[in-house]
Design a protein around this ligand. Sequence first.
Ligand code: F6R
Length: 610
Amino acid sequence: MCGIVGYIGQKNAQEIIVGGLRKLEYRGYDSAGVAVLTENGLAHDKAKGRLAELEALLEVKPLEGTAGIGHTRWATHGKPSRENSHPHLDEKQKFAVVHNGIIENFLSIKEELIAKGYKFISETDTEVIAHLLADLYDGDLESTVRQAIKKMRGAYALGIMSEYEPDKLIAARLASPLIVGIGEGEAFIGSDIPAILEHTRDVYILNEGEMAVLTRNGIELSVAETGEKIERDIFHVEWDLVQAEKGGYDSFMLKEIYEQPQAIRDTMGSRIDVDTNKVVLPEIKMSAEELSQFNHIYIVACGTSMHAGLVGKEVIEKLVRVPVAVEVASEFRYRDPIFTDKTLVVVISQSGETADTLAALREAKKSGVKVLAITNVVGSSVAREADEVIYTWAGPEVAVASTKAYTCQVISLYLFALYFAQVKGTQSDAQIAEITTNLLELPGKVAEILENPEAIREFANTLTDVTSLFFIGRGLDFAVTLEGSLKLKEISYIHSEAYAAGELKHGTLALIEDNVPVICLATQPDIYEKTVSNIVEVIARGARTLGFAVAGDEELGKTVDSVIHIPQTLPFLSPVLSVIPLQLLAYYASAARGLDVDKPRNLAKSVTVE
Ligand code: F6R
C-alpha cells in the first residue's frame, strides 16, 4: 500500500520525509518520491525501486527546504516507473500532490482537462489532481482544494502543497487512512503512525471527508467540502514502533482482515459505473467480439487463489453459461489440458510470482491460448506475461495467510463475470444493475461482521485441545468452507477438512463422533433444506455444531448448537461475507494456541519454487 509523509516546520524537510518513508517500507512499495519548497520554488525528485535509489539522487542534488511531501507507491493505475511515482505536479510545477487510494472518476476528469489543453505525462489517476488544482486555482489553496475534492469520487488520502502558498500543507481524507502529527512550530502528515512516530506521539486522526491545513503555527481541521471547522481531541499514541506497524493490531493478519472493507471498495473502485450500474474494465484490451467467442474457461491457481477460482466458476457459469474448470496449477501444467481456439485461461495469483501458476500460464501461452491474469502485484511475472490483467487492489499482504487478497480476487471474478455477461448479452441491464448495486453494499456488510467478532472468538477458544474438525456446505458454501478449512489448518495446525455436505455420507461420516466440531455453512436458499438434512446427520453422530446462516433465518439456530448470522445479500455474493468469520475463526484459534499467526511453520508468503 502506498505511504504518505509530509512535514512543515524549521528542520530539513527532505530528511524527515525520507526517514518517515523508511518507516513505511514494511508495507511494500515499488517507487518513491519527494517534493520540497526550496528557495527556487517547488522542487522534486523521484525514483523507481527502493528508497535507496531516491536517496542516491538526493545525495547528489539535495532538496533544501523546511516544508515538503513524500510518497512510496504501490502501483495501481500504471506500471511501477519514475513517471508514475508520486509526487505528481501540474505543468507549471506550482502544485505537488501525493495520493493513496483511487480516484474512481479520474478518466472523465482527465478527458475534461485534456480538452482544455492539459498534457499528462503519467498513467496515474493522481496526476489529474495536480492539473485539476492548477485549473481551479482561485488565489486560495484551501478553497481550491475544496473545489477539487467536490469533483472527485473515490477513496483517497491526499497530501498537497503549492508554491503559491509556501507556508501551508494540506491533508485530506476520504476512505484511505490519514493522520496529522502535532509538534512545536512544526506539523506532520502520515498515512500511518510509524511514519511520524519518531517526531511526535500527538496526532489528529482524520475522519472520512475531513481536511487539515498545516502551518508552522498549528493545524486546523475542517469538513473538506464545506469548510466547517472541526474540534478534535488529540490522540496520544502509546504504541511502540512494531505495534504501530500493525496499526495497533496483534498481527498483520488481523490488520489485513480488518482492511477488507477498504480493499474491496478499492478493487471495485472505478470499475462499477454508478451512473449506468454497469461494469467497466478499461484494462481489458481484447475486443468485445474476441471475448465473447470464448466457450470454455480454465481457472488455474494455487491454494487460496484457487479457492477464489471455485467461487468464480459458479459465478461465471451462472451469469454467462460458459463452462469453467478450476484446476490446481501444479497439476494443470503436467496434464496435457484440452485447449481450443475458444479456450480462455484465467490465472489467479496474489503475488504474481507463484512458480506453479507461472508455469501453467506459460504452458497455456505456448499452446497459443489467451491468458487473463488476476493478480495483486503490478509488474509481477504473472502480470507481465499474461495477455490481459485485472488487478486486485488489495494493497500489500504481509501475513502468510491470505485474507484480503482472497476477497478481492472473488470481487474481481464477479466483475469479470459481469463484464463477460454484458459483452455476451446473457444478463439484462436490470439484472446487471441489481448485482452491481448489491456489490457496492458489500464493504459496509463486511465491516458489520468485523464489528462483532465475539461469538467467533468464543467458539475459537473452545478449540485449543481439538485435534480435528470439519467444515461442511453445499455449492458456493462448499467453496467457502475449503478456504475456511485451509486458513484454520495453516495457522492453527488443527487438522481440518472441508466437505461437500452431501458427500459426507459416502465415507467421511465415519469420522464424526461425540464432540467433533463441525462448522456448517447454510447461506444458499436453493439448497438450504438439503444442507440442513446433512447437518442433522452429523448431529445424530454426536457432532458439536456451529452454523452460519443469513440474517433473518430463525430456523438454523433450532438445529445447531450455536449460530452466527451474516448480513443478507444476493445468495451468490455471500462468499465475500461468509468467509470473513472463518478467517477470524482461524486467527482466534491460532492466537488462543499462542502460535505465530503471521508466520506459520513450513510456509512462505510467495512460493517461487515448484
Ligand atoms: C494461503 C495462501 C496460499 C496462497 C498460494 C498461492 O493462505 O496464501 O495458499 O494462496 O500459495 O499464492 P499466490 O496467490 O501468491 O499465487
